[in-house]
Each structure stands twice: as structure tokens, then as C-alpha cells.
Design a protein around this ligand. Structure first.
Ligand code: CAA
Length: 259
């Protein structure tokens, strides 16, 4: 379907979801969240896609939830708005295919939370991260209090959330919030390269690994190991397992068929 505030594009195995409200630095209002929700359903239904890149148009990734929309919300409306964002971000996090946040600029508040709902984060040198909510009289409401501590530990999460301080990409790299930082002119090419590297690995193997990591992180280690054991076994049911191992034995390289 046609969207007004986001763009969903496909190039072969790779999908690209762009938040496109540059006049508001891609702030997330209800319309953006509703469109993201629909776009994620389209991504889930598209069986050609192997990787999804999430990025922002212009000089911002996402500068947060829309403060102008939130300013006059009642407690009940605030809760509903939070629930909407949390639901969409959880849907993103639970997509079967891997997701890469390509952080091209401001990733503040809901923007940092959007990036954290992706599987990993690649930033350009200009990117800025932060959870400025307590400076607005609220707290992170699209998953920030939960995902930030899981990614960088409680000390850094509390430091960033309580101080409302923004950090630049190199600091985000140092604390493990992002995986790579690139000069602006190399950034897009590197994101595409990484997306292609992931897309050319066995897609079902990648999906099962994502399931094992995400599900295993929510349970005790005994149950988590059992989850890996079962998913590892399941990977042997794929044609790509046969092709991948046969190619190794023959000193070749497999072209995975996603089967
Ligand atoms: N909501 C609504 N509009 C926003 C916005 C936001 N989060 N961020 C930027 N904009 C708008 C600005 O109001 C401005 O619009 P106008 O031209 O109509 O005035 C336009 O985008 C450009 O922004 P600036 O002129 O402010 O650009 P700048 O380069 O001077 O500053 C910035 C950039 C530092 C990112 C600054 O815009 C800013 O501080 N934005 C707010 C960041 C923030 O606090 N985000 C957290 C929101 S709360 C949240 O996300 C809650 C949650 O967890 C769900």
C-alpha cells in the first residue's frame, strides 16, 4: 500500500524501511506508527526478503516520539500512545528476518528505542543517541527502560536515562550500543554490504539463530540451551544445510535457496 510518512522499498533480498517526515526530523506521530505497523505486516508477508534495513530520511534517523502530539495527552491517551509504539517496536523486534538500524543522524528518545528494536545498529559519524525524556517530564516509553539496559547494562542505561545526555556515535560504539561507526560518505555502502553479507548466508539458519537468541534471552539457561538444541536440529531439515555442507566438502560456495 502507499504510505505518506514512511517508505518501503525492495532491492532483491533486501528491504528498506525509511521514516520519511524530514520536516519534523522523522518524529514518530500516530500516523508514522500506524504506517510502520502496516509496513511490518507487508515485510512479514514478503517471503523474498531476507534482511530489513531501517533508516531515516534527511539529517535525522528519528528525533523521538512527536512531542507536539504528546504535549496535550491525558494519562489514558499517553498510555495508549505508549502502547501503540511499544506494540509496533515489538513487532519489529520479532520479525523473522534480521533487521539492521542504519542510524544516519539523531536517534533520540523513540528514535534510540527504534534503533534498539533492530537486531544491530550501524551509525554514521554524525549520529547522536540519547534518551532525553526525563528532560520533558516523562520517561522512555517505547521500550527504552528495558532494551537499553539489556544492550549496554544497567549502569550506562541509568546514566543515559537519568542525565538525559546525548552521546555521539563513537561513544555509542564504546558502550556497545552500536556495532560500527562509519564516515558519512562510506556509511550507506557499508550498510548495503552488511545487508548483502547477511542475505547471502542461509536465510533459514539466520532466522533460526535470531529465534534462538531472542527467545533464549527471556528464559533460564537450561531452557535456553534446550531451545538452541531443538532449533539446531531443525536446521538439518533444510535443503540449505545440505547445500552448505556439500559446498564446503567440495571446496565451493553454496548459493542458498531459502529452503
Ligand atoms: N517531536 C516533534 N517535532 C520535532 C521533534 C520531536 N521529537 N524533534 C524535532 N522536531 C521538529 C522541530 O520542532 C522542528 O520543527 P519546526 O521547524 O516546525 O519548529 C523541526 O523538527 C526541526 O527541529 P529543530 O529546529 O529543533 O532542529 P535542530 O537541529 O535545532 O535540533 C534536535 C535537533 C536536537 C534533535 C531537536 O529537534 C530536539 O531536541 N528534538 C527533540 C528530541 C527529543 O527530546 N526526543 C525525545 C522525544 S520524547 C520520546 O521519544 C518519548 C518516548 O520514549 C516514546
Amino acid at each position: 500500500m502507499a504510505f505518506e510518512t514512511i517508505k518501503l522499498e525492495q532491492d532483491g533480498f533486501i528491504g528498506k524501511l525509511t521514516i520519511a517526515r524530514p520536516e519534523a526530523l522523522n518524529a514518530l506521530n500516530s500516523q508514522v506508527l500506524d504506517e510502520l505497523d502496516k509496513a511490518l505486516d507487508e515485510v512479514s508477508a514478503n517471503k523474498e526478503l531476507r534482511v530489513l534495513i531501517v533508516t531515516g530520511e534527511g539529517r535525522s534517523f528519528v528525533a523521538g516520539a512527536d512531542i507536539k502530539e504528546m504535549a496535550s495527552l491525558s494519562p489514558i491517551e499517553g498510555k495508549e500512545f505508549g502502547k501503540k509504539g511499544l506494540g509496533v517496536f515489538r513487532k519489529l523486534e520479532k520479525l523473522e528476518i534480521p533487521t539492521i538500524a542504519a542510524v544516519n543522524g539523531f536517534a533520540l528518545g523513540g528514535g534510540c528505542e527504534l534503533a534498539m528494536s533492530c537486531d544491530f545498529r550501524i551509525a554514521n559519524e554524525k549520529a547522536t543517541f540519547g534518551q532525553p525524556e526525563v528532560g520533558l517530564g516523562i520517561l522512555p516509553g517505547f521500550g527504552g527502560t528495558q532494551r537499553l539496559q539489556r544492550l549496554v547494562g544497567q549502569g550506562w542505561a541509568k546514566y543515559l536515562i537519568y542525565t538525559a545526555r546525548n552521546i555521539k556515535a563513537p561513544k555509542a560504539l564504546e558502550i556497545g550500543l552500536v556495532q560500527e561507526v562509519l564516515p558519512v560518505d562510506e556509511f550507506e555502502a557499508r550498510v548495503d554490504e552488511l545487508a548483502n553479507i547477511v542475505a547471502n548466508n542461509a536465510p533459514i539458519g539466520v532466522k533460526l539463530a535470531k529465534e534462538a537468541i531472542n527467545t533464549g534471552a527471556q528464559v533460564d539457561i537450561e531452557s535456553a540451551i534446550k531451545i538452541e538444541e531443538n532449533l539446531f536440529g531443525l536446521s538439518f531439515a533444510t535443503e540449505d544445510q545440505k547445500a552448505g555442507m556439500q559446498a564446503f566438502v567440495n571446496k565451493g560456495k553454496a548459493e542458498f535457496q531459502n529452503k
